[in-house]
Ligand binder design. Structure first.
Ligand SMILES: Cc1cc2nc3c(=O)[nH]c(=O)nc-3n(C[C@H](O)[C@H](O)[C@H](O)COP(=O)(O)OP(=O)(O)OC[C@H]3O[C@@H](n4cnc5c(N)ncnc54)[C@H](O)[C@@H]3O)c2cc1C
Length: 683
């Protein structure tokens, strides 16, 4: 296939051997200057199983790796050289999100090492040294200086080798360090391989993928053995919100489940749901009573999953932290935003009561910036303060008509209903946005009596950040979805909104997020969607002034508090931060993981030692029969209540499995962890 020539400098066409995680593989001839994204998506048909594109390795074994931020680059000699890659033989290997870039570098240098003829020392010995360093890093034995060593060696080999092999051999390593340095650091500092690939760092990919470090194969197999209470205890070692997560977790564990390579992933979240439903009386986890720790004053601001998890883990070390919450009810977005048809309030309340029973005090109606400041807490004797106030504000869409009656914003719409118990709802509701808040607002409006609910989003359905299963449920419930539509102004009559004037969009060039950028489609005429209520759900924000007052806290470029993800440390020595306030809108599991990290850091700062006993590897006794075959059943979904029963009520939509279904699903687990030693990252 030959496409239009667009390049100004390099001439002609180029044949690429398209391979890897792309739908259409084979030889393709394209004009030089064709964009990488076009080659992968238009010709290659996109990534297999709709996974995220991660990088393309271009130019054969000694080519470089180009990340998704550069999908819009033209494939010509000069651009590739600028990015640390080469045109070379035209080999183009597409890699998806499940690829470890450190392992990729190791793989290619191993190949090049074997190919080295041995005539010149830089190539013969230099590539061997690079391979040894990479093997160390992949085994979890690397040190930070190794990155510098690789760069130094790589640049030396490039300039001092006699032939093209040595002169290009370091490319995969240098380009992965350049574009994926964070992955090298995770391998070295955290002993963590995010992609779940490096055997020395990964006990099971699902476990590595869980932001809370829950022993997934452990609890799933215990459920398979009908040891429900033990399974739940194991889960709560790393995550107090088992019941919450059984309902709303985005289950990154399932995305990495190896069973998917055979048929489909184990339904880990649904197995968890069955497990938590077996609990009659909430189990109280192990607590180290400690009189000294109990006297220390620690304040946590914000009772969302980050703040409450921090409190939970501190309490298990014998501390008695105080959690200050502005709203009348604790739980953060779990109670204010996520609707009860997804997360029944009693389930959340039960787990919060369990945390309180460990000695945690939660004071509601206590608002930072109004009732106290971070400095006044410090003056009151709190030694350390954990800031976990999330991303509480909605973001306005500043277009004509935004101030009309009937235009509202999703965070306050959801909060008003969930906390105050009622909110005005129109008959024809338009929701603007494509994230979870948009879908939750749409489904809430539907339940509260709206006759017609339309979600408009400026990109495509595949690009919506909302959880795919939620979008499906919303559509089943009658929500209309209009994609590639962008609101231009709100039509207003007598001060009240009557419609949304929208432009049609089409997808253009790839942007730095690796997605095609939406742009006005001049061929389509604008249209008005009638509405007597518009709910804007285009993002969340933080009010810096009320959060930190005069305290000099550093913020990152996106406007969130700058905090070390490993410890929560901020630029102020006595202040830690975590959860959405530091990452921007993320997930419940991420917030829980952040809370745990902060609790450990607080303990280390106060005692000089790490006492996080719950992180140790738990021997599960004779839970696993190595001769037992994983069951051949297909993946099953949780049953849901009929659509007719979802109007005018907030009954939970997902229903639990029978025991028989739960057991056969749990027994689908391949037990990837079997026989593996605990690794540093999941101890
Ligand atoms: C509509 C919606 C649906 C979502 N659905 C999911 C989902 O299905 N699965 C998932 O994993 N994630 C989901 N998320 C994201 C998830 O809820 C958040 O990432 C998570 O709750 C962040 O936890 P946090 O503790 O950092 O912050 P939050 O949950 O926001 O908690 C912060 C707490 O701080 C309090 N606070 C704020 N300001 C102050 C102040 N000035 N003084 C004192 N207290 C204050 C707040 O009231 C709140 O209780 C959703 C988010 C939204 C908005």
């Amino acid at each position: 296939m030959v496409r239009k020539h667009r390049d100004r400098k390099s001439k002609g066409t180029k044949v690429f051997a398209l391979a890897g995680a792309v739908r259409n593989t084979g030889l393709v001839e394209v004009p030089i200057g064709t964009h990488l994204g076009e080659l992968i998506y238009d010709i290659g048909g996109g990534i297999i199983n709709d996974k995220q594109f991660k990088a393309a390795q271009i130019g054969g074994p000694s080519g470089g790796c180009i990340p998704k931020q550069n999908l819009n680059v033209p494939l010509d000699y000069e651009t590739l050289a600028d990015l640390g890659a080469i045109m070379g033989s035209g080999g183009l290997i597409v890699m998806d999100e499940n690829t470890c870039m450190v392992d990729v570098a190791r793989f290619f240098i191993e190949f090049v090492q074997e190919e080295s003829c041995g005539k010149c020392v830089p190539c013969r010995t230099g590539t061997r040294r690079m391979l040894e360093i990479l093997e160390r890093i992949c085994a979890g034995q690397g040190e930070m200086e190794d990155i510098d060593r690789l760069e130094e060696l790589g640049n030396f080999i490039k300039t001092a080798s006699l032939c093209g092999l040595g002169q290009t051999a370091p490319n995969p390593i240098l380009s992965t360090i350049r574009h994926f340095r964070k992955e090298y650091e995770q391998h070295i500092i955290d002993k963590y391989c995010e992609a779940g690939v490096c055997a020395g760092l990964v006990r099971a990919p699902c476990l590595s993928a869980c932001p809370c470090g829950v022993d997934v194969p452990g609890f799933v197999s215990m459920v398979g053995d009908q040891r429900y209470a033990e399974a739940l205890k194991l889960h709560r070692e790393r995550n107090p919100f088992a019941s919450v997560c059984a309902r709303v977790c985005f289950h990154t564990c399932e995305d990495k489940c190896r069973r998917a390579q055979l048929d489909s992933p184990v339904s880990i979240r649904a197995v968890k749901r069955f497990m938590v439903d077996q609990e009659v009386m909430v189990q109280i986890p192990e607590v180290l009573e400690n009189d000294e720790n109990a006297k220390r004053k620690i304040a946590i601001v914000g009772a969302g999953p980050a703040g409450l998890s921090c409190a939970y883990f501190l309490a298990r070390l014998g501390y008695k932290p105080v959690v200050l919450e502005s709203e009348p009810r604790p739980g953060g977005m779990l109670v204010q935003a996520i609707p009860a048809y997804r997360l029944p309030r009693e389930e959340l309340a039960r787990e919060i009561r369990m945390i309180e029973s460990l000695g945690v005090t939660i004071e509601t109606g206590q608002m930072l910036g109004r009732d106290y400041t971070l400095e006044s807490l410090k003056d009151d004797g709190y030694e350390l303060i954990y800031l976990a106030i999330g991303a509480p504000l909605g973001v306005d869409l500043n277009i004509k008509g935004s101030d009309a009656d009937g235009v509202t914003e999703a965070m306050s719409f959801l909060r008003q209903y969930n906390i105050r118990g009622s909110v005005p709802v129109g008959k024809k509701v338009v929701v603007v946005g494509g994230g979870n808040a948009a879908i939750d607002a749409a489904r809430t409006a539907m339940r509260l009596g709206a006759e017609e609910v339309t979600v408009i989003y400026r990109r495509t359905r595949e690009q919506m950040p909302a959880y795919a299963e939620e979008i499906e449920e919303a559509l089943d419930e009658g929500v209309k979805l209009c994609t590639l539509l962008n609101p231009e102004e709100f039509v207003v009559k007598h001060g009240k909104v009557t419609g949304v004037l929208c432009h049609h969009m089409k997808l253009g060039e790839f942007d730095r997020s690796g997605r095609r950028r939406p742009q006005d489609d001049a061929e389509e005429t604008a249209e008005v969607i009638e509405a007597d209520q518009v709910i804007i759900a285009i993002g969340q924000a933080l009010n810096k002034d009320t959060t930190v007052g005069n305290l000099e806290v550093e913020f990152n470029d996106s406007g969130w508090v700058k905090a070390d993800p490993r410890s929560g440390a901020t630029s102020v020595p006595w202040l830690l931060a975590g959860g959405d306030v530091a990452t921007g809108p993320s997930s419940v599991a991420q917030a829980i993981g952040a809370g745990e990290c902060a609790a450990i850091e607080i303990d280390i700062r106060l005692t000089g030692e790490d006492h996080s006993f719950w992180r140790g590897y738990k021997d599960q006794g004779a839970t696993f029969d190595p001769d037992a075959e994983p069951l051949a059943y297909a993946r099953e979904k949780l049953p849901t209540i009929p659509l007719a029963r979802r109007r005018h009520n907030f009954s939970e939509v997902e229903q639990p499995w029978s025991e028989a279904a739960a057991l056969r699903q749990a027994r689908r687990c391949l037990r990837c962890d079997y026989g593996k030693q605990p690794t540093a990252s999941n101890e």
